[in-house]
Write a protein that binds this ligand. Structure first.
Ligand SMILES: Cc1ncc(COP(=O)(O)O)c(C=O)c1O
Length: 415
């Protein structure tokens, strides 16, 4: 599927990253009921929701084109103060679902919608890492994105489409930190009240950034208990839940990364993408395969937080009982039907890397390209360096550097 590169195309060895080949240019509906499944993973559902949340998984049949410090919330946010915990409102039943699949048209619309509020991040080449991985390597530098990760894309796309009623109610989410930052940033822009549930051991700079945008930060003892805590709060306070990955608007927003890669590297042969819950992988795969079906798309997940790989093996989304990885950004405690369906359809393979491989990649990226990435942001490169993400020798490959939000203490400990 992936062809080799002519040697004349290979870049000369140099450590400093630079833009990869210049610009050229970059569609599905979802069966009713699946979004509920995605929102309320097994083992974390309340009895009152039970009837709603396990509708039978129905497959799509169409096979057509399928699928910095950026923490300035912008001028509109200056006047917004959302730091107070919202008053509890009357307990709410789950919001009615508006389930639907995501199409290339959604990703294109997301791109136009979010463009004024996000950076067009560079695609940087690294000859040294290319040589080490046996590829012509491009790095999509989403660590330089607003809020420090690609998460601002999906969050903005979701918040910009909220109904007036949802905006008035306010929004809530769960996050290891980056989705929380993206959502808090988007909420501040739109003047929407925002509450973010995080694990108690969340990266301190991520927590501070979320508060800095005016959102309320709340904590649960662990990633594994986060959903239940958030769901109880959401129901009492009447907030609108914005899923960190299994929301069509989130997937479409993350897919814009794929469109930019196709524009900046039209002859890309493989995209290697880090995986937490799978929103980035699903969005990118959807966009890339719709435009260029021959491009190989590979997901890379940490061994200690393998929600997507295990769900693919099980044939349904599973919830992890235990998560142990240095890559907090990839520590999704569960997978979801919406993203799983897209991944099953469009992704060539998902491979697992160890924490050691992630940390090694993080160090090399810093040393060789001068780019600081958090562990999650190094996972795709780790997949290539370890040889687990298999691409033909000399292939033109793009790997995501998905985020750069890591604090000094963690850096010191890891590197
Ligand atoms: C830096 C970073 N990379 C990758 C991911 C994984 O994204 P997804 O959950 O969409 O797979 C996350 C998720 O929080 C992240 O913060």
């Amino acid at each position: 599927m992936v062809g080799g590169m002519a040697s004349s195309d290979r870049r000369r060895h140099r450590d400093i990253p630079r833009p990869v080949a210049p610009v050229a240019q970059a569609t599905n509906r979802r069966p009713a009921g699946e979004a509920a499944n995605a929102r309320y993973p097994r083992g974390q559902r309340t009895a009152i929701l039970a009837a709603l949340i396990r509708p039978p998984l129905r497959r799509l049949t169409s096979r057509g084109p399928t699928m910095a410090d950026t923490r300035d919330p912008g001028p509109a946010a200056a006047a917004i103060v959302t730091a107070a915990d919202p008053e509890p409102k009357a307990a709410l039943a789950p919001e009615p679902e508006t389930p639907r699949a995501v199409s290339l048209a959604d990703v294109e619309a997301a791109r136009a919608r979010i463009a004024p509020h996000v950076h067009r991040t560079p695609l940087l080449g690294s000859s040294t890492l290319g040589r080490m991985t046996g590829t012509v390597l491009g790095l999509k530098a989403e660590n330089l994105q607003r809020t420090g990760s690609f998460k601002a894309r999906g969050a903005l796309n979701a918040v910009l489409q909220l109904s007036p009623e949802q905006r008035a109610r306010g929004i809530v989410t769960l996050s290891a930190g980056n989705h929380g930052q993206g959502l808090a940033y988007a909420a501040a822009l739109m003047g929407v009240r925002c509450v973010v549930f995080m694990p108690e051991n969340a990266t301190p700079t991520k927590v501070e950034a979320i508060k800095g945008y005016g959102a309320v930060a709340r904590f649960a003892p662990s990633m594994e208990t986060l959903f239940a805590e958030m769901e109880a709060y959401r129901a009492t306070h009447g907030l609108h839940f914005v899923h960190p990955f299994a929301d069509p608007a989130i997937v479409a927003g993350q897919g814009t990364v794929g469109l930019e890669i196709l524009e900046d590297c039209p002859d890309v042969e493989a995209a290697v993408v880090c995986v937490g819950g799978g929103g980035l992988l699903a969005g990118m795969a959807l966009a890339i395969k719709a435009r260029r079906p021959g491009v190989r798309v590979i997901g890379v997940e940490p061994e200690g937080a393998a929600a997507v790989s295990r769900s693919l093996a099980a044939g349904r989304p599973v919830t992890l009982e235990r998560i142990e990885t240095v890559a907090d950004g990839l520590a999704a405690p569960f997978a979801a039907a919406l993203t799983q369906e897209v991944i099953e359809r469009h992704v060539d393979e998902v491979v697992l890397v160890t924490d050691d491989e992630i940390v090694e990649a993080m160090g090399l990226i810093l040393e060789r390209t001068k780019l600081l990435v958090e562990p999650a942001g190094a996972a795709a490169v780790a997949g290539l360096l370890s040889g687990k993400a298999r691409v033909p020798r000399g292939a033109r490959v793009v790997a995501t550097l998905s985020g750069g939000n890591v604090d000094r203490d963690k850096l010191k400990r890891l590197l």
